[in-house]
Design a protein around this ligand. Sequence first.
Ligand SMILES: NC(=O)c1ccc[n+]([C@@H]2O[C@H](COP(=O)([O-])OP(=O)(O)OC[C@H]3O[C@@H](n4cnc5c(N)ncnc54)[C@H](O)[C@@H]3O)[C@@H](O)[C@H]2O)c1
Length: 303
Amino acid sequence: MKYLVTGGLGFIGSNLVDYLLEKGHEIVVVDDLSTGKESYKNPKATYYNYSIADLNLMTELTKGMDGIFHLAAWARLQRSINDPLGTNHANVTGTLTLLQAARVNKVEKFIFSSSSSVYGMQENPIMEETMSTNPLHPYALQKLVGEMYCRLYSKLFGIKTVALRYFNVYGPRQIIDGDYALVIGTFLKQKRENKKMTIYGDGRQTRAYTHVGDVVRANLLAMELSMEKGESEIFNIGTDRETSINEIAKMLGGEVEHIIPNPRGEFEERRKAANYSKALKILGWKPTVTIEEGIKRLLGQKS
Ligand SMILES: NC(=O)c1ccc[n+]([C@@H]2O[C@H](COP(=O)([O-])OP(=O)(O)OC[C@H]3O[C@@H](n4cnc5c(N)ncnc54)[C@H](O)[C@@H]3O)[C@@H](O)[C@H]2O)c1
């Protein structure tokens, strides 16, 4: 099949491109290299350095595609708080532009990389797709609007859309600059620089750390899912296991330093894990890499 991958030079996107090529698909990538890396290019894919918010270019690129994996985004919580308009342009206008291009070219399937951040703070820390959403920052709201545009384009124009709500994704090529969602990367960097690992707050906040290999597999399962014209779906793609930041630091080994009070304050969700039973039932997906195994692999990896 011929697929367009947006954001295919980023952390998850480049892992997805490699996986899809291994499965024998023809891959075209669009990435403006804002956070992506040239070095992640796979010689078997075709690359375009364009912005996803350019409708003319996206209409050209989506011609003849069997499906679109839409990953390009400004995927940084803090950046969305500092620059709500700029991030809205990439995350909302960009998504809408691609949906519109898909509509024009009658692309059948659209897989949208959403985020568990759409849940925000909930009474129950185990997130289910049926819960009402509660975005706490512009990035989460932008992802939610992206999901809603997907559903609308399914209803109005018949495109089959799937939104995958990823929980904290980690693994090879993860970005190691300072953002909470990428805490494992930050810790690895600090360790390499012989610095203490900095933990915001008491470190008891938990997340559902999900290996990138499991996330890319979910993308292809979603693309290959048999759906009716006009149908849209949302799936949690995350583990049901809660792991605290303190536990992550312990697995990595080394000295830690707590920053108190937590600079993230009200944007910090205390606990989070995924109920993935819907993905298991419909996609046949479940996480396969435990956090211990994933961290072991990262520690063994050359940097
Ligand atoms: N990493 C996580 O834990 C996580 C969790 C939930 C959701 N997600 C979502 O998964 C997707 C991939 O995230 P990631 O962690 O790989 O981030 P990333 O920053 O590594 O990748 C995003 C890619 O999109 C590209 N890009 C950004 N704006 C663009 C634009 N306007 N036009 C073209 N390309 C553009 C960047 O250059 C980059 O290569 C994002 O949509 C993100 O919101 C990630």
